[in-house]
Design a protein around this ligand. Structure first.
Ligand SMILES: Nc1ncnc2c1ncn2[C@@H]1O[C@H](COP(=O)(O)OP(=O)(O)OP(=O)(O)O)[C@@H](O)[C@H]1O
Ligand SMILES: [Zn+2]
Length: 446
C-alpha cells in the first residue's frame, strides 16, 4: 500500500513538472520580447509584508527605507540567463528590485545545470529567460520578472534597454559585449559587466561616472580564434556564482545611490588561489569613439561584422581540409568493422581522454603538444610499429577530437611535420560529437 502511494506521488510530481513545462512554453509564445507592458509603479512607502521581508537589510544605515524604496523603483536588465545571470538575478529578486528583465535566446541544457542555478532538471529544453524569470518570481512575488526570449542585437537593444535603469552584462561573447557597451553609452545606463572562465572571474562597471567604457579599454575586438568560452575552456560553477553575485551587489549599490566600488576599477578573482585583486583602470578616453568628446558611433552598428563572430556561434566549425584529407564517422566505423589496420590519434587533452574514447586503440597527442619534437618522434615510432611493411598503400592515420576542429588543425600540422609518402593522415569529420550523433547515440557527450 505504502509503495503504491509513493509511486502515485511520484507520478503526480512528474505530471506537475510536465504541466509547468508546458505552461512555461506557452508563456514564452505569449511574450512579446520587445515590450514591457506596464510601467513600474512609483513606490513611496513599504507595506508591512515588505518591512518584514527586507528587515535585515532595512536596518543597515546605508540602505534604510529610502534605499529599499529606491530598489523597488529600479529596474535591472540581466543580459544572459546563464552562469552569471542566474546568481545575479536571484539576489536582485531577493533584495526587492522593482523589475528584473532576463534576456536570453537560448534554451536550458543539461550541461548548464552545474552553474546556471535558476534552472532545474524539469526545465531542460525550456527558454532560459522564462525559466529564470519564473524562478525569481517564485522567490519574490513583489518583483516584476520579465522574460525576453530574444537575441539582443542592434535592431532591438536600444528599445529594450530604455525600459531599464541598470544593465548587467552576463553574456558570454565579444559581439554582445560591444553591443551592450555602445547601447548603454547611447542610453546613458550603467553597465555592470562580469565574466568567468575556468577558475577565474572579472568584474567592472562600464560607462559610469568618469570611468571608462569597454571601448576605452578595448578599442579593437580580439581575433575570434583567440576567444575561449566555457564550453571549450570549462568553468567551475561556483566561479560565475561569485562574480554574478557581485554584479548583483554593484547593481544594488548603484540603485540605492551608494558608490559603486568598480567604476574605473576591475576586480580579478582567482578561485584556485583564493585571491581577489583590484586593479585601477585607465580613465574614460577623450578620443574614445563612443564615449569620447567627438563620438563617431552615434547609433548601433553591425557587431557581428565588427567582431567577426556571432553571439550564438558557440560551436564554430572549421573547414580547412579538403575531402581527400577527411573521413566521415560512418567511414571510420567501416574501418573498425572490417578491421583495417590503422593508427587512431586523439588530439584532446588527457583530462578529456578520461571522459570517453572511441572504441579502438587510441594514441593521445594533445593538439597543443603537436609541435614538440619529442612528441612527434614518439608518434612516428608508434606509427612505424603499427604499420605493415611492404604495403603499397600509404598507412592510414586517423585523427579525432571532440568536435572536428582541432583534428583538422592537427592533420595540417602532422602533414607538415611528418612528411612521408608512406603515411596518410586523415581527420575524422565532426569528431566525437558526430560519432555520438550518427553512430552511437549512447556515446557520452560533454
Ligand atoms: N546577444 C545575446 N542575446 C541574448 N542572450 C545572449 C546573448 N549573448 C549571450 N546570451 C546568453 O548568455 C548566456 C551566457 O551564459 P553562459 O556564459 O553561462 O553560457 P552558455 O552559453 O549557457 O553555456 P555553454 O558555453 O556551456 O554552452 C547564454 O545563455 C546565452 O544564450
Ligand atoms: Zn569609451
Amino acid at each position: 500500500m505504502e509503495k503504491e502511494i509513493q509511486s502515485l506521488r511520484l507520478q503526480l510530481e512528474q505530471i506537475d513538472q510536465e504541466n509547468k513545462r508546458l505552461r512555461d512554453l506557452l508563456k514564452i509564445q505569449d511574450t512579446d520580447p520587445h515590450v514591457v507592458n506596464d510601467k513600474l509603479e512609483p513606490r513611496s512607502s513599504l507595506s508591512n509584508a515588505e518591512i518584514g521581508r527586507y528587515s535585515r537589510q532595512l536596518i543597515l544605515p546605508e540602505i534604510g527605507v529610502q534605499g529599499q524604496l529606491k530598489l523597488a523603483n529600479t529596474s535591472v536588465l540581466v543580459v544572459g540567463a546563464g552562469g552569471l545571470g542566474c546568481p545575479a538575478g536571484i539576489y536582485l529578486a531577493a533584495a526587492g528590485v522593482g523589475r528584473i528583465g532576463f534576456i536570453d535566446y537560448d534554451a536550458v541544457e543539461l550541461s548548464n545545470l552545474h552553474r546556471q542555478i535558476l534552472h532545474s532538471e524539469g526545465k531542460v529544453g525550456v527558454a532560459k529567460s522564462s525559466s529564470a524569470a519564473s524562478a525569481c518570481s517564485q522567490l519574490n512575488s513583489h518583483v516584476q520578472c520579465v522574460p525576453h526570449h530574444v537575441q539582443l542585437d542592434s535592431s532591438n537593444a536600444l528599445q529594450i534597454i530604455k525600459n531599464y535603469d541598470i544593465v548587467l552584462d552576463a553574456s558570454d561573447n565579444v559581439a554582445t559585449r560591444y553591443l551592450l557597451n555602445d547601447a548603454c553609452i547611447l542610453s546613458q545606463k550603467p553597465l555592470v559587466s562580469g565574466s568567468a572562465l575556468r577558475f577565474e572571474g572579472q568584474l567592472t562597471v562600464y560607462g559610469y561616472k568618469d570611468g571608462p567604457c569597454y571601448r576605452c579599454l578595448y578599442p579593437k575586438p580580439p581575433p575570434p580564434e583567440t576567444v575561449t568560452n566555457c564550453s571549450d575552456g570549462g568553468v567551475l560553477g561556483v566561479i560565475p556564482g561569485i562574480i554574478g553575485s557581485m554584479q548583483a551587489l554593484e547593481a544594488i549599490k548603484i540603485a540605492c545611490g551608494m558608490e559603486s566600488s568598480f567604476c574605473q576599477k576591475m576586480l580579478l578573482f582567482d578561485g584556485q588561489e583564493g585571491t581577489f585583486r583590484t586593479i585601477k583602470l585607465r580613465p574614460k578616453q577623450p578620443n574614445c569613439i563612443v564615449c569620447g568628446q567627438r563620438p563617431e558611433i552615434t547609433e548601433l552598428i553591425d557587431y557581428q561584422q565588427f567582431c567577426g563572430s556571432r553571439p550564438d556561434d558557440k560551436e564554430k566549425s572549421l573547414s580547412v581540409l579538403g575531402r581527400e584529407d577527411r573521413i566521415s564517422v560512418q567511414e571510420y566505423k567501416e574501418v573498425l568493422d572490417i578491421g583495417q589496420k590503422h593508427v587512431l590519434v586523439d588530439v584532446r587533452m588527457p583530462v578529456e581522454m578520461e571522459i570517453c574514447q572511441l572504441p579502438a586503440e587510441v594514441y593521445n597527442l594533445p593538439v597543443n603538444c603537436i609541435d614538440r619534437e619529442d612528441r612527434l618522434a614518439s608518434l612516428r615510432d608508434h606509427i612505424v610499429s603499427k604499420s605493415a611493411r611492404g604495403e603499397n598503400q600509404p598507412f592510414p592515420v586517423y585523427v579525432v577530437c571532440r568536435r572536428g576542429n582541432d583534428s583538422q588543425i592537427a592533420v595540417q600540422k602532422l602533414k607538415n611535420h611528418i612528411k612521408s609518402e608512406s603515411i596518410k593522415f586523415k581527420d575524422i569529420s565532426g569528431g566525437l560529437y558526430a560519432w555520438a550523433k550518427h553512430i552511437d547515440t549512447e556515446f557520452p557527450v560533454y
